[in-house]
Design a binder for this molecule. Structure first.
Ligand code: ADP
Ligand code: MG
Length: 566
């Protein structure tokens, strides 16, 4: 069975490779960040496995990454002594894309290089970015605990080979055979700079050979080549354990890219050390862009969990509520056990307290953003507002705070942007007004053109225009804001209370009386199709409109149920 095999890339990989090579050439140096990021992940995974099986680490206990180059051979090599891969792993991880949302992502690509390169960045470039600079990539790897090594080779054009090899130590070595136009990367100075720029935060040492003196005599050079000396080129300390004042914005941004696999900048972050009853460090980020799978059930959500600096798991989603699932970050606890599992996390009261505290941190961060940087908040809202709208239903305790963060389109908005806060609405309320009026419809346009708005326009009363899928769900969990209850103006009988004058009320009653016969006739004709026919004062121009009963399911909800075959 030990033989060489040629296999084809999954179609999506071929598409991605093609795009990457053609649209990322202006930012080629990121290949190194991606490969170092993988090497660091591999070391984290090994350290975790070794908690249960220390033999895995014993033979070669100092986890590190070595970056080397050969100017003559035109190669760059990235070697780690992390978890490594076996034949199956290699075929699965370096031949397919397992990520959810891949098809969606590929379908959004436009062929416009600038736009596409941004989209690819958001999707995550990963291992395949090696082909931005290399026309041939060799991966030699051996999985911790296994005897056999595997060699993977590809030129990135559609196929790859896998073959068993002897490899002395566990871990992965990636050899990039540089394209002629990328030979500049076989250079110590250049590589050191790239590492310091993008990978300084990597918590294990990244080593490079010490550079020999440029004008040394030949004899001395030979001696040095025989015993190369290596030096650490990064800070090699877990970023979240350093103090905030020593960390630059660029370092925070690069760290975000490492943990999120997103190469666009984050919008904001919050870095905290908590001491006392519970001790932990947290570093939470609001991404700049929504991922492709934000609405996918199996989207990557949750934080990276460390216990006493040791990586435990990715996507620990017990530390934040669902409506904050877009937050990326790290939590490093001193209280949890190194043996903690997902099952234990779900039951541990310490995790609950951390979740409460981390949720507050995120809400603080959003409040600050909304107050101090309204434009950045508007861009956050465009990306993640719909998810935040799930908040009041899920998080009763924070309902008031979440409500303040909500943004809606209203009859006061100029376009259809969701740009009005409830506080803003309340500040514009009329003197006798004690209700917040809203309407729900299929589209922003349908909401803005609804005949139900006629009387509100006439009286100068603001109405929130809701047309997102989650809006009815949201409104069924928001009862009041700042003492004002919410009223759906598309429902039941409209009572404007004190906002109608005595004269208006009288006129309405008279109209109802006068038209009793007409109403009865319409009711007879429509029969069982309607529950009730009423004279209304909602309208000023339109002759008639449909309303939903006070306690009936809303229109949007009905459509959703119908679509689901109910
Ligand atoms: P991601 O890092 O987002 O998972 P990549 O494309 O960067 O995606 O890597 C794909 C997969 O290949 C990784 O998830 C990992 O399983 C495997 N892999 C890549 N590089 C290494 C490495 N140096 N050691 C072990 N596994 C690796
Ligand atoms: Mg990666």
């Amino acid at each position: 069975e030990a033989k060489k095999e040629t296999l084809g890339f999954q179609t999506e990989v071929k598409q991605l490779l093609h795009l990457m090579i053609h649209s990322l050439y202006s930012n080629r140096e990121i290949f190194l960040r991606e490969l170092i990021s993988n090497a660091s992940d591999a070391a984290d995974k090994l350290r975790y496995e070794a908690l249960h099986n220390s033999a895995l680490l014993n033979s070669d206990p100092n986890l590190e990454i070595r970056v080397d180059f050969d100017k003559d051979a035109k190669t760059v090599t990235i070697a780690d002594n992390g978890i490594g891969m076996n034949r199956e792993d290699v075929i699965a991880h370096l031949g397919t894309i397992a990520k959810s949302g891949t098809a969606d992502f590929l379908s959004t690509l436009t062929g416009d290089q600038k736009k596409d390169s941004q989209l690819i960045g958001q999707f995550g470039v990963g291992f395949y970015s090696a082909f931005i600079v290399a026309d041939k990539v060799t991966v030699e790897t051996r999985k911790a605990g296994s005897e056999e090594g595997v060699c993977w080779v590809s030129d990135g054009s559609g196929e790859f080979t896998v073959e068993p090899i002897d490899k002395e130590k566990r871990g992965t070595t990636i050899i990039l055979h540089l394209k002629p136009e990328a030979e500049e990367f076989a250079d110590g100075w250049r590589l050191r700079n790239i590492i310091r720029k993008y990978s300084d935060h990597i918590s294990m040492p990244i080593l490079m050979r010490k550079e020999e003196m440029p004008a040394g005599d030949d004899e001395e050079k030979d001696v040095k080549d025989a015993t190369p000396e290596w030096e650490t080129v990064n800070t090699a300390k877990a970023l979240w354990t350093r103090s905030r004042s020593e960390i630059t914005d660029d370092e925070y941004k690069e760290f975000y890219k490492h943990i999120s696999h997103d190469h666009t900048d984050p919008l904001k972050w919050s870095h905290n050390r908590v001491e006392g009853k519970l001790e932990y460090n947290s570093l939470l980020y609001i991404p700049g862009k929504a991922p492709f799978d934000l609405y996918n059930r199996d989207m990557q959500k949750g934080l990276k969990l460390y216990v006493q600096r040791v990586f435990i798991m990715d996507q620990a989603d017990e530390f934040l509520p669902m409506y904050l699932r877009f937050i990326k970050g790290v939590v490093d606890s001193n209280d949890l056990s190194l043996n903690v599992s997902r099952e234990i996390l779900q039951k541990d009261p310490a995790v609950d307290s951390m979740k409460t505290a981390l949720t507050k941190r995120v809400l603080d961060m959003l409040e600050k953003l909304a107050k101090k940087e309204p434009e950045a908040y508007a861009s956050f809202w465009k990306e993640f507002g719909q998810v935040l709208k799930e908040g009041p239903a899920e998080d009763y305790a924070n309902r008031e705070r979440i409500a303040k963060l909500l943004r809606f389109s209203s009859t006061e908005s100029t376009g259809t942007d969701q740009d009005q806060s409830l506080e803003g609405y309340v500040s514009r309320m009329k003197e006798d007004q004690d209700k917040i009026y809203y309407i729900t419809a299929e589209t922003p346009k349908a909401a803005a053109n609804s005949p139900h708005l006629e009387v509100f326009r006439k009286k100068g009363l603001e109405v929130l225009l809701l047309s997102d899928r989650v809006d009815e769900w949201l409104m069924s969990h928001l009862f009041e804001f700042d003492g004002n209850s919410f009223v759906d103006i598309g429902r039941g009988d409209l009572d404007l209370g004190k906002l109608d004058s005595e004269d208006e009320k009288k006129a309405q009653e008279e109209a109802a009386k006068e038209n009793e016969d007409l109403v009865k006739r319409i009711k007879d004709v429509l029969g069982a199709d309607v529950e009730e026919v009423r004279v209304t004062h909602r309208l000023t121009d339109s002759p008639a409109c449909l309303v939903v009963g006070q306690n009936d399911m809303g229109m949007q909800m009905r459509r959703i149920m119908e679509a689901a075959g109910q």
